[in-house]
Design a protein around this ligand. Structure first.
Ligand code: AHM
Ligand code: MG
Length: 317
């Protein structure tokens, strides 16, 4: 009885603590330049949230340099983030999935940032959740580095709620945007354990990639729960929230991997590994993959350690 009371009191204390912690308070002891850079992304997300509910969902009539049609919302989100970063002196270099080249923003800055302004563009018309992903890297530029140069990474989800998940190398935390514009801590110290949940990207590859088909059979035959939205950000976020599972996106000859190392995979791998999970590109952790090109694509699996190990075993027979 006493133990139950103590647990309830502890839960109550946690809820009370969380409801009082804003992102500014959470970052109070973070070095000023890093704090300012993170807040530039948090402020961008607020502005994107203000637009996303009523913005036009049509195409912008332009393509990014990778030949993909851009939505008006892709362009708008990109402009909003660049606007915030231009006013953030610690950011030396910014690279966006929507731009061909990295941009020098402040020659004296100490960080490089890589971001996907609106991940999941193809979900916008059907009103499924989309996201923003970012990584803050030490030093200037990305080429020749690995994700080990990331010092903080985060992502936002524009769903029924707007949330902002962040890791500075420690257990990730989630903030929720309030009506008054404040970010309030909503989940503290997220951890990933083990469990049977799968989010299988690029199933088209199974036609040629029989190893992936065999893994799919394994998941189906062993009672795994399918949870796949088609948006990498919510698909990975649920692994942190449910503390279990795997997100995968391998390839085949006709359906190669499409997810990008610096804009999408490395920041999300940084967050998942900080939560006690794992990542792989079938050879190494995603965080050990060297950046040779800003548009580099990679095979990825992230999530529970045992599930990521299983993915590697099945796909490298
Ligand atoms: P995008 O950056 O062009 O929006 O593409 C990334 C998205 C991911 O969120 C998702 O995992 C993947 O594309 C799904 O793509 P597909 O449905 O083509 O397999
Ligand atoms: Mg993307």
């Amino acid at each position: 009885m006493l133990r139950i009371c103590a647990i309830n009191l502890y839960s109550l204390a946690c809820i009370l603590y969380s409801s009082r912690v804003t992102i500014e308070k959470f970052l109070a002891d973070t070095p000023e330049n890093l704090r300012g850079t993170i807040l530039a992304f948090a402020d961008s997300v607020k502005k994107i949230t203000a637009e996303i509910g009523t913005a036009e969902t049509s195409e912008a009539g332009s393509q990014n340099t990778f030949g993909e049609n851009q939505l008006k919302l892709d362009v708008l989100a990109d402009q909003i983030i660049f606007g915030e970063l231009e006013a953030c002196p610690p950011v030396a270099i910014a690279a966006s999935e929507e731009q061909s080249n990295e941009k020098v923003l402040h020659a004296d800055g100490e960080f490089s940032v890589a971001f996907d302004p609106l991940d999941g563009s193809s979900l916008v018309d059907s009103n499924l959740a989309v996201g923003t992903i970012f990584g803050i890297w030490k030093g200037k530029g990305f080429i020749g580095k690995t994700g080990r140069a990331i010092i903080a990474a985060g992502y936002a989800i524009y769903g029924p709620r707007t949330t902002f998940t962040l890791s500075l190398g420690e257990k990730p935390v989630e903030f929720t945007l309030q009506k008054n514009g404040e970010w309030k801590l909503s989940l503290a110290k997220m951890e990933i354990g083990e469990g049977k949940m799968f989010a299988p990207g690029n199933l088209r590859a199974c036609a040629e990639n029989k190893n992936y088909l065999a893994l799919l059979d394994f998941w189906a035959e062993n009672g795994y729960q399918l949870r796949y939205s088609g948006g990498m950000v919510p698909d990975v976020h649920q692994i942190l929230v449910k503390s279990k599972g795997i997100f995968s996106y391998p390839g085949s000859a006709s359906c190669p991997p499409k997810l990008r190392l610096i804009y999408e995979c490395a920041p999300l791998a940084f967050i998942v590994e900080a939560a006690g999970g794992a990542s792989t590109n079938l050879e190494t952790s995603i965080l050990d993959e060297k950046v040779l090109d800003l548009d580099q694509r990679t095979v990825i699996a992230v999530g529970s350690q045992k599930e990521v190990d299983r993915f590697r075993k099945f796909l490298t027979v």
